[in-house]
Design a protein around this ligand. Structure first.
Ligand SMILES: [Zn+2]
Length: 259
């Protein structure tokens, strides 16, 4: 019966939330308790807060050509444009406003550990067979946070390629791991900020060309030394802990990709 169903839902909902949260939730457009993160208000330009920051992580891959979405918790024009591209990509009304429909799609895409549907922490921590998130130049929690943003960008890249699987052959590498595989001394892999990507269905050049739209400021592929069997993507512009300047660096000469 309808009444009983509603009552059961209300009880389950109340159990899932601590008392203090109820007042906020009552004003929300749609009740939803997500295992990872729940948004409690519609977000538009001018808003700021941790809920904006959480949104920015998830739309980072929809930054548009050669651009990035700052993870600053401020809903500016770039965040709105990224939300709009996300909405377009998933067939939602594209208004650049993050409301119930947009959040419903994000809930559908995110797993309980906040990773996107098609990528996992274990896949990003496979540099030398899985070593956890420590052993790099920044804290383990920062490294893991970087890896999460990398995955949301990869999810956007994957969507743009027609939902065809992508494989991460190397993600985070501790210093020891990076030395072992002969990585660059200040590699973005050390920060959880990079992924080496392959595919069985998309050509490496397709991946490299598409990735220019997904918030990746570092991009190396076919024609760049040692990058003929994978595409390297990273977020060097957002990395304030490395020694390089926060600029874009792209090179995949065989694919017509360059700075
Ligand atoms: Zn790489």
């Amino acid at each position: 019966m309808r009444v009983n169903t509603l009552k059961r839902a209300a009880v389950a909902f109340a159990l899932a939330l601590p008392g203090a949260a109820i007042a906020t939730v009552v004003a929300a457009p749609a009740a939803h308790a997500d295992g990872c993160y729940t948004w409690n208000r519609t977000l538009t330009q001018g808003r700021s807060g941790d809920d904006v920051r959480q949104l920015q992580i998830r739309v980072a891959g929809w930054a548009g050509y050669r651009d990035i979405v700052e993870n600053d918790g401020r809903y500016g024009p770039k965040t709105a444009a990224a939300v709009k591209r996300f909405q377009q990509a998933y067939g939602l009304r594209a208004d650049g406003i993050a409301g119930p429909q947009t959040f419903a799609k994000l809930y559908q895409l995110q797993d309980n550990d906040c990773t996107p549907a098609h990528f996992s922490y274990s896949e990003l921590d496979n540099g030398c067979g899985g070593s956890g998130w420590s052993g790099g130049p920044v804290s383990a929690s920062q490294t893991k946070q970087n890896a999460l943003r990398t995955m949301w960008k990869l999810e956007a890249l994957r969507r743009g390629l027609g939902d065809k699987p992508l494989y991460v052959s190397s993600g985070f590498r501790s210093r020891a791991c990076n030395n072992q595989v002969g990585g660059a001394s200040d590699s973005q892999h050390l920060y959880g900020n990079a992924a080496d990507v392959t595919s069985r269905t998309s050509s490496l050049c397709q991946i490299a060309r598409n990735a220019r739209n997904n918030g990746f400021s570092g991009l190396y592929g076919p024609g760049y030394p040692d990058h003929d069997d994978h595409v390297h993507v990273d977020s060097r512009r957002e990395n304030n802990s490395d020694r390089s300047s926060n600029t874009t660096s792209w090179s995949a000469p065989d694919c017509g990709v360059g700075n």
